[in-house]
Design a protein around this ligand. Structure first.
Ligand code: URA
Length: 195
């Protein structure tokens, strides 16, 4: 049977596949344009996201919005989700068993959105979606072809908040994303393209 957003959202809202479901306030499903050509994937909800049920709404989210704005994007033009949909307590990395339990939902979201470009936000997403041996410090900004998509990884916005010295590299990665959007996307309008 063909999948639908309604079925997927319904299943996620009731999911008890891992222990994170016992401590969550909200399942953080995803946000943005379901027909976006660009999809961004973080690692998992933090405290603010758990409270509001929306990805990237805390300080890291504000920085992510600023980063998108630099290349003329906003949340209406992308789709944002996470590797795990429930908050790992204390903001620890999601365990492999938790990622394994949840990744099917993200795969179904990706199949529904069918993005041309996938951006992994941070090491956890890159290790899951590009290569288990992915090294974010060495390989951020590089492009890979995975399942018919152009895929890259950025430093996680939280890492950029902790270490602003990485921001010039993050800016280069954004410019590279912008070039790739102009090259492969057909209906994504960039507001004020950086020249
Ligand atoms: N960090 C993430 O990886 N995802 C969120 O939704 C928020 C913070």
């Amino acid at each position: 049977m063909e999948d639908s957003w309604e079925a997927l959202q319904y299943e996620c809202a009731r999911c008890r596949e891992c222990a994170l479901s016992q401590t969550r306030q909200n399942v953080v499903f995803g946000v943005g344009n379901p027909r976006a050509e660009i999809m961004l994937v973080g690692e998992g909800p933090g405290a603010n996201e758990d409270e509001q049920g929306v990805p990237f709404v805390g300080k890291a989210g504000a920085l992510l919005d600023d980063m998108l704005a630099i290349i003329g994007l906003d949340r209406t033009k992308v789709y944002i989700a996470n590797i795990v949909k429930c908050r790992p307590p204390g903001n620890r990395d999601p365990l492999n068993v938790e990622q394994d339990a949840c990744i099917g939902y993200l795969r179904r979201q990706m199949a529904l959105v069918r993005p041309r470009i996938l951006v992994c936000l941070g090491r956890i997403a890159a290790m899951r979606l590009i290569d288990p041996k992915f090294r974010i410090t060495r390989e951020h900004g590089a492009w890979f072809d995975v399942d018919g998509m152009r895929v890259t990884a950025f430093y996680h916005p939280s890492a950029l908040l902790r270490d602003p010295g990485r921001r010039p590299e993050a800016f280069d990665d954004l410019k590279s994303l912008q070039r790739e959007i102009l090259r492969v996307c057909t209906h994504t309008e960039l507001d004020k393209p950086w020249q």
